[in-house]
Design a protein around this ligand. Structure first.
Ligand SMILES: CC(C)(COP(=O)(O)OP(=O)(O)OC[C@H]1O[C@@H](n2cnc3c(N)ncnc32)[C@H](O)[C@@H]1OP(=O)(O)O)[C@@H](O)C(=O)NCCC(=O)NCCS
Length: 181
């Protein structure tokens, strides 16, 4: 990572959920109502077996980025939604032995310095699973560029989650993630 001032390490995300959601709100765009809904979801996710989180912290202790994920569980809501789409593209086996990246966000003031790349490679390096899956809004975004550069490919596109206004792409990559040469 380029930015020596930001440290990447495990973070107690349940204890720092409000800080994390404040980062997500500005990075991804969430209003107060969406933050309140996400708060319950994040706290529930963190109780799942194997769930873990990493944070990016400044020397004065400010959380400026975070990632969390867990081994995929086919009974989880996210997995049940994407399964239909992955079946249609013949890629549903990606739901087994796979580590899911649930959220990855970096505060805009700290984007473009390698923080997001460091967070996702650090968390996936701790996974025992042979691959990783995630969903990202189906558009040409910095997130999609980052995921592609790490080896993620599209498993399904135009995936509609109930209540989400925009379609997502589901992406998968073998682990360990590809490094830059
Ligand atoms: C996606 C996100 C986490 C990336 O974090 P970041 O710290 O800015 O990313 P990095 O500095 O590690 O950049 C890594 C790669 O992302 C891509 N990227 C970053 N900024 C980009 C931009 N403006 N345009 C295109 N690609 C970009 C590049 O592939 C870059 O690779 P490089 O380092 O070889 O140039 C961050 O942009 C973010 O929080 N976005 C808003 C929230 C979001 O969309 N989260 C993902 C939800 S699925």
């Amino acid at each position: 990572m380029d930015d020596a001032e930001v440290e990447i390490g495990p973070v107690n995300l349940a204890a720092r959920v409000d800080e994390a959601l404040a980062v997500q709100a500005v990075a991804f765009g969430l209003d107060a109502g969406e933050v309140a809904v996400r708060r319950h979801i994040v706290l529930r996710h963190l109780l799942s077996p194997g769930a873990r989180a990493y944070g990016a912290t400044t020397p004065d202790g400010r959380l400026v980025g975070f990632v969390y994920g867990m081994p995929n569980d086919r009974t989880h809501w996210w997995s049940t939604v994407v399964e239909t789409y992955l079946r249609a593209t013949g890629t549903a086996d990606w739901l087994d032995d796979s580590f899911v990246i649930t959220e990855l966000h970096v505060h805009p003031d700290f984007q473009g310095r390698g923080v997001g790349r460091a967070l996702i490679t650090t968390i996936t390096d701790t996974a025992d699973e042979k691959r990783s899956i995630l969903s990202a809004i189906d558009t040409d975004s910095p997130a999609r560029g980052l995921y592609r550069s790490l080896g993620y490919v599209d498993l399904a596109r135009q995936v509609h989650f109930p209540s989400a206004p925009r379609p997502y792409a589901v992406m998968g990559a073998p682990l360990p993630l590809k490094r830059r040469n």
